[in-house]
Design a protein around this ligand. Structure first.
Ligand code: PLP
Length: 387
């Protein structure tokens, strides 16, 4: 669907980016000012305060790195790891795999613990691995966007700390959609992204470091491998010195501030509840037409619904029709799930009842066109019933 201004109008129900609130788009278009302008420094301070709210942390080192979620991943790894140091990465999908790749490139002595895609980690298994081989840092993904599985963090944190290691958690997809409790769960380093449940365009990566992580950074014997992501330098810009490091992406920071204000206005808990309610509605609707989730039962993410493509249905043709006829974007399966799974996002501003109903109606239309047999209208009836 192309509007007469030449811009595209879409309903973004994929694995990110998600729909952006018009208030955020308006913020993005405000006049650019200097990165050392006191007005802009005030904006950075407000972003820090609001990020502390969404991360549930008092960490002083809380900031938005310039770059997407993957830059946050790399920031955490390169600042906490020196060449040759042991790191354990838990891999149950694309993003755990990416973290192990980043750590290997950073010169870490990387071990991985793997479980099947869609499954989550038993803290006991992590304990076993750390008994055999201690690690300085343990990395895990809270919300694995490639499989739709939610990893409980608290118990993992206890195990990791009982071995004297630091805990690194990827919350790119979870932040703003389900609880992320950095202080309560004693997470040492945590990163996220702007374009998933915060509903801001992609371009910044919120990062927070605990006291223990900061001490590790201060005790380094070698320079951080990446100049651009070196927090010992960047903290002098975000801190009171306000020393130039690189030019902050000014307008992206306006956008993030506005997106965070929207989160604060709604209230974190209300936001988690909204994500949960709309997920339940979608799940009931899909179940009524025989479409099932692939993540471990009881661990399904509300913002990323990974479901099996029904037998005999052409995955790519349905996604193409959804986009071209209805303007709805959903995600394809990655890696082991390629061609077999659809990833339906209900992230941030896109998590609405109307999007659930729109999607179910459009999906039934596409499945009918494929000659797929199912009880027509049942998904919508079940979704309405679930409210
Ligand atoms: C999207 C995502 C990333 C990567 O973020 P980019 O913004 O694409 O760089 C990392 N981890 C998870 C869990 C993600 O969903």
């Amino acid at each position: 669907m192309q509007s007469n201004t030449g811009s595209y109008k879409r309903v973004l129900m994929g694995p990110g980016p998600s729909d952006v609130d018009p208030r955020v788009l308006e913020a993005l278009s405000r006049p650019t000012i200097g990165h050392l302008d006191p007005a802009f420094l005030g904006i950075l301070n407000e972003i820090r305060t609001l990020l502390q709210y969404v991360f549930k942390t008092n960490n002083q080192m809380t900031l938005a790195m310039s770059g997407t979620g993957s830059a946050g991943m790399e920031t955490c790894v390169v600042n906490l790891i020196e060449p040759g140091e042991p790191m354990l990465v838990c891999v149950n999908g694309v993003f755990g795999k990416r973290m192990s790749d980043v750590a290997t490139r950073a010169g870490a002595d990387v071990s991985t613990l793997e479980v099947a895609w869609g499954q989550v980690f038993d803290p006991e298994a992590i304990d076993q691995v750390l008994r055999r081989k201690p690690a300085k840092l343990v990395g895990i993904v809270h919300a694995e966007t490639s499989t739709g599985a939610r990893q409980p963090i608290e118990e993992v944190s206890r195990v990791v700390h009982s071995h004297g290691a630091l805990l690194l958690v990827d919350t790119v997809t979870s932040l703003g959609g389900i609880e992320v409790n950095v202080d309560g769960w004693q997470i040492d380093a945590c990163y996220s992204g702007t374009q998933k449940c915060l509903s801001c365009p992609p371009g910044l990566s919120p990062v927070t470091f605990s006291e223990a992580a900061l001490q590790t950074l201060e005790k380094r014997k070698t320079k951080v491998q990446s100049w651009y992501l070196d927090l010992t330098l960047i903290r002098q810009y975000w801190g009171s010195e306000r020393l130039y490091h690189h030019t902050a992406p000014i307008n992206m920071n306006y956008a993030l501030l506005e997106a965070l204000r929207i989160v604060k206005e709604e209230g974190l808990e209300n936001r988690w509840n909204r994500h949960w309610t709309n997920h339940c509605m979608l799940k009931k609707g899909l179940a009524a037409i025989g479409i099932n989730y692939v993540a471990q039962a009881g661990h399904e993410l509300p913002m990323l619904n990974a479901v099996s493509v029904p037998e005999g249905v052409d995955d790519a043709a349905v996604r193409k029709q959804l986009l071209e006829q209805f303007g709805i974007e959903i995600g394809a399966g990655l890696g082991a799930f390629k061609g077999k799974v659809w990833r339906i996002g209900l992230m941030g501003a896109a998590s609405t009842k109307s999007n659930v109903l729109l999607f179910l109606a459009a999906l039934e239309n596409c499945l009918s066109d494929q000659g797929h047999k199912f009880p027509k209208g049942a998904s919508i009836a079940a979704a309405i019933e679930s409210k």
